[in-house]
Ligand binder design. Structure first.
Ligand code: NA7
Length: 860
């Protein structure tokens, strides 16, 4: 029943008066909405109010870690140091609150305990620890990502008779450790920042380390002149920041740690080191967070630096991180952290080797030794990202609690909303870049996106929104696919929920970066809030669907290509197109090492042609895979699919011979097909000399190369040999007359376009020749008696349907065939080793099929 008291009294109820809460209040006031924030503390500042431990600083430079929404505010505020201290950041938050007169809308010293959605009234009832209930149309959690401390999971803490301090709730009056013996547990950011200062005062400091961390020297001091100069163009600089990975302008390399020379790599790491900044540590090279080998180059560089400052080699061994890839846990910035352990009155205890058994009345007992302390400091971290959200009893539709909904992980749409929890927003929630970014920038983006959404709802007379389950599931899966491409899941980090016993192990932040994420959010809004269901006097509406349908690495690639604004290949001459393709290939990640790579020539149908042979490391002889490169019969050569051939060689344990063939338009149809067949005959005839096993020969090709592979299988059948064990056709061209849905639906936007395919055909074969089975193998009258086939296609490949049609036709003719269409993949995904890791599964399927074709391997 509707009574006066359960009608919405406010437009928006906000929990938290940190940076997010402050900006929300300011923003809504400007929109004429009534908003109130509730805050447990007695002042504003959030994380910067609570974390007052010695040495607490931001690890993003002050110039970046500040609001951009008001040009006057950003000009008038002067930061005193490169990395601001906690007191200075708190003063800044207080200044913002005063400057915009925000305190009058904040209820301090008030904890929100419950929030319940009222279906009938379309509003939230929010109850506080003061016993009040307020109602609001919208409910926003601005509670921060690192605000709910992790419970201390060490037995006996209540027995300790000395002083106990926790970094996240440090006494406001400070602590004087002079003359005391102190134990510190935890070596995350809070431990690493506070230990040097605690050790300066204390008589004796013992640090209990479970996992060694990577930390680099902050090089703190006054703001560098070039950074200060940024203020002259602050708004442009902020805009630049919005389109980066972490929300801080700087170099975001497109090249790879494993491709540059050792000297260049070393030099670039030294420069990074000297900069004393962590935002770009993981993006100095594009493969650092993707390839273990690349990551190891940076990790080892940092380890060497660490070893070089620690005098005692046993201590150095304990402090040197080895357990996880660098940057998969938040790297730390320090001032004299490692040097502190050179002091006589500072010890480190490796509690992996010598575990803590309990806290005792007088100190800490470990397996090997008992320690006596006057004080123990816990720097043991937070129940990150979800802890604060679940600390409040939030109930959505039909009384469902957020805790239940999130039992297996935080289901969310865009890290902003949750299906079944109408009119509810989270600021920097799980599923958004949040903790992997400059938080102030991410907070601003969320606040502004929410403000736009509420303005849209106002304009359209909509009163209730709720994201759909389709959109939510799609986003969660996309987030998981994004993190699964990286090394993040390898670390037992709070990013992965791994620091809290029993917490579901999922990657909490979206790891694709703030620019990619901003594009997603903008795209959702631009498509009438795709994935949101709305209701109200303006009517019910829903544009349901997934905001990203391609795999995340494919999306990233397409976005990069889009930014490059290259002219389309089909607008170029063949020479220009070839030069462009060579230049683009040069930037590809290198493939893995193989046993041996040999270049040679073979007799083509009309003269000598090049090949490149990849030999496995294992002792030969080996089966042989004859491979034909892609490039529409016009582009590419025997080296252009180098990374893929290496990968194929390693995955199959077969020799891979990438054979060149003559290119159109200089040598049009049927030159490429004839050369392909000549290559097959030559390899079969010389297989033992090449290191292969007699008759253990299969063919494989990609795109136009798959066309050649399919054609040579037909030619070999008709000629009575050579025998081919199997054929793997990757996104093959098999039908010049194809006008299937995939050709229309994927005509543009996915690298291989319909227009480019026509351009290839125009160079390769006259219209009269295109129906010849040597050009269009799908059109052959007889598809029986062919080698078993595997046909791989991608959902967004224009050639998808002709590949499928070839599989169906082969199958109908009695040829053994397997066909897989990979969701979210495009024409170029499968050979892009290192660049499109989400196609690794397809590459495994290709290798498995080849191994199955080779009888010797099957027998083994
Ligand atoms: P972190 O980074 O989670 O660090 C917590 C530290 O405490 C870390 O070294 C943990 O070891 C250690 N820890 C946690 N529980 C225990 C127990 N039970 N026994 C021993 N050691 C333990 O939190 P911080 O507050 O330092 O930093 C949080 C973020 O704030 C930081 O990333 C910045 O973004 C700012 P573990 O590594 O789990 O083995």
């Amino acid at each position: 029943m509707m009574t006066e008291s359960n009608k919405a009294q406010l437009d928006v109820i906000i929990v938290g008066a940190g940076f997010a809460g402050l900006y929300l209040l300011h923003k809504f006031r400007g929109m004429g909405l009534s908003a109130r924030a509730f805050e447990t503390a007695d002042d504003v500042g959030g994380t910067w109010y609570w974390n007052r431990y010695p040495g607490a600083r931001c690890d993003i430079e002050s110039i970046d870690y500040s609001f951009s929404f008001d040009p006057e505010l950003e000009q008038e505020w002067e930061w005193s140091e490169k990395y601001a201290t906690q007191p200075e950041i708190l003063r800044y938050a207080q200044h913002v609150a005063d400057r915009f007169d925000l305190r009058r809308d904040i209820r301090f010293e008030t904890r929100v305990e419950q929030a319940v959605w009222d279906e009938e009234q379309s509003c939230w009832h929010v109850t506080t620890d003061k016993g009040d209930t307020v109602t609001g149309r919208f409910f926003i959690m601005a509670t921060g990502c690192l605000s709910q401390p992790k419970d201390i999971d060490i037995a006996g803490i209540e027995d300790f008779t000395g002083e106990i301090y926790r970094t996240h709730s440090w006494p406001h009056e400070g602590v004087d450790f002079t003359g005391k013996t102190v134990g510190v547990i935890g070596t995350g950011s809070s431990g690493i920042q506070s230990i040097p200062l605690i050790a300066e005062q204390a008589d004796h400091t013992t640090v209990f380390q479970r996992t060694a961390n990577y930390s680099i020297p902050a090089g703190n001091g006054p703001i560098a002149p070039e950074k200060e100069a940024v203020k002259k163009r602050y708004q442009d600089y902020r805009e630049e920041a919005r389109w980066t990975k972490v929300g801080v302008p700087g170099k975001e390399a497109m090249d790879f740690a494993l491709t540059v020379s050792d000297e260049e790599r070393q030099q670039r790491y030294e420069e990074l080191w000297d900069k004393g900044a962590i935002p770009h540590l993981g993006s100095e090279f594009a493969d650092i967070l993707i390839s273990e080998e690349a990551n190891e180059t940076l990790a080892e560089f940092v380890r060497n630096k660490i070893r070089s400052v620690i005098e005692d080699s046993n201590v150095a061994d304990i402090l040197t991180p080895t357990e996880f890839p660098i940057c998969t846990k938040r790297a730390c910035l320090d001032t004299n952290y490692y040097q502190t352990f050179n002091k006589d009155n500072v010890d480190i205890v490796d509690i992996k080797a010598n575990p803590i058994t309990s806290i005792t009345a007088s100190g800490i007992a470990t397996q090997d030794q008992d320690f006596t302390f006057d004080a123990i400091v816990f720097a043991t971290g937070f129940d990150a990202m979800t802890g604060a959200l679940l600390a409040i009893d939030i109930r959505g539709r039909a009384g469902q609690s957020l805790k239940d909904k999130w039992a297996d992980g935080p289901l969310n749409y865009l890290g902003l909303t949750v299906s079944g929890f109408p009119n509810f927003f989270m600021i920097t929630g799980p599923g958004s870049p949040s903790v992997l970014s400059n938080m102030v920038l991410s907070i601003e983006q969320h606040v502004e996106w929410i403000a736009d959404c509420l303005a849209y709802m106002g304009k359209e007379e909509l009163t209730v929104f709720d994201p759909t389950e389709t959109a939510e599931t799609g986003w969660v899966e996309y987030g998981t696919a994004t993190s699964d491409m990286t090394l993040f899941p390898q670390a037992k980090s709070w990013y992965m929920g791994a620091n809290v016993p029993g917490k579901p192990r999922v990657c909490l932040p979206y790891v694709g970066g703030v620019a990619a994420y901003r594009r997603v959010c903008n795209d959702v809004a631009a498509q009438n809030y795709l994935g949101f269901r709305f209701d109200g006097p303006g009517g019910a509406r829903c544009n349901d669907g997934l905001v990203r349908r391609q795999q995340p690495d494919v999306v990233a690639l397409l976005e990069i290509l889009d930014e490059m604004e290259l002219p389309p290949f089909e607008s170029m001459s063949p020479e220009e197109a070839r030069a462009t393709s060579v230049a683009m290939n040069a930037g590809n990640p290198p493939g893995p090492e193989v046993g041996e790579v040999v270049d040679g020539t073979y007799p083509g149908a009309d003269g000598s042609l090049d090949y490149r042979l990849y030999r496995p490391e294992s002792a030969g002889p080996h089966p042989v895979t004859l491979y034909f490169h892609g490039g529409g019969w016009v582009l590419g050569d025997h080296t252009s699919d180098d990374a893929f051939c290496r990968d194929l060689c390693n995955n199959t344990g077969s020799i891979v011979i990438s054979a060149n063939y003559r290119h159109a338009p200089e040598a049009p149809f049927p030159a490429a097909a004839d050369d392909g067949f000549a290559a097959l005959q030559w390899v079969a005839g010389n297989i033992e000399t090449l290191g292969g096993i007699e008759r253990e020969l299969a063919v494989c090709g990609w795109s136009a190369g798959a066309n050649i592979a399919a054609v040579v299988c037909q030619l070999a059948r008709d000629a009575g040999g050579p025998a081919v064990r199997g054929q793997v056709l990757i996104t093959p061209v098999v039908d010049a007359s194809d006008d299937s849905p995939s050709m229309t639906d994927n005509a543009e936007g996915f690298v291989l376009t319909k227009a480019l395919m026509e351009w290839f055909w125009d160079h390769y074969a006259d219209p009269a020749h295109r129906t010849d089975p040597k050009a269009s193998p799908l059109l052959a009258d007889d598809l029986s008696g062919l080698p078993p086939a595997l046909i791989i296609t991608g959902e967004f490949d224009p050639l998808r349907d002709q590949g499928k049609a070839y599989a169906e036709a082969l199958s109908k003719a009695g040829t053994e065939v397997r066909q897989t269409t990979y969701p979210g993949q495009i024409h170029t995904s499968f050979t892009a080793v290192g660049a499109i890791p989400t196609a690794d599964g397809a590459r495994q399927e290709i290798a498995a099929a080849l191994k199955q074709y080779f009888k010797v391997m099957e027998a083994a």
